[in-house]
Write a protein that binds this ligand. Sequence first.
Ligand code: SAM
Length: 291
Amino acid sequence: MKLTDLSTVRDIMSRHGVTFRKQYGQNFLINPTVPERIAEAAVASDGTKLGVLEIGPGIGTLTRELAVRADKVVALEIDTALMPILAETLEDCSNVTVINQDVMKTDLAELCQREFTDQGYSLSVAANLPYYITTPILMKLVESRLPLDTITVMIQKEVAARLCAPAGDSEYGAITASLAYYGKVERLFNVPAGCFIPAPKVDSTVIRITLHKQPPVQVRDEQTLFRTIRGAFAQRRKTLANSLTSEFAALGREAIAKAIEKAGLEPSVRGERLGLEDFARLADALDEMQA
Ligand code: SAM
């Protein structure tokens, strides 16, 4: 069964009485090479006991490609209506387990330990992510501190541009700087809207995040680092000193100005100019003021 064949997708869905559910961001891949390329980028080419967590298998198109290359695949799918379809399309994939669960309501640390690390598998994530919830899923994956090697995901092209933007670029924002703390983000390839059914209104990009084994900067307190990043972008058009006043209201303007000076930064600089190392120095200076 060729799952990227349009008539096959239509046939299998109508046989099971299932329709595309917009509220779950269902745009299924119908281009044969894209799932192969995502799977190739997601699964390390060497090593044993390679484990992959997939989010949103849909009707199993990418899942099958992952199953060929990995030793174990666990796929989390929110839509109960797709379960009988996945049972059919993945029937011959003995190394795949599908779990009917919302990724946002799943204890990922517990799941990954049980399914992968306790059994000696390495762990990577692969997905054609539902676009309505891309950023929350990515942040949950990195914040859960899973023992991940890489996260390879297809996301909206505009979001990919934001996540990959260098400091100083107009696309660079709080999410870019926060994600840089957890891993190195690279853009792999673009995928036009016509590669999906139904076709979304936007084009897509596949990105890969290679997780840092150790954070690239050391800070006194991680939460202060993320507050600093958030605060610096709270009011993009304002200077750093002004923008930080809402997040660090308790400190007051004078202490914020001193912290900026201590971090070796100009008070008139804008947050979008600062790289992760600048944010780390500033966070430590703010943290010292708070102590
Ligand atoms: N992997 C398939 C493909 O590439 O053809 C489907 C990708 S489709 C863009 C997104 C998938 O994520 C859908 O199957 C959708 O039902 C599922 N999904 C949406 N929200 C989810 C959530 N919170 N937890 C788990 N799966 C979710």
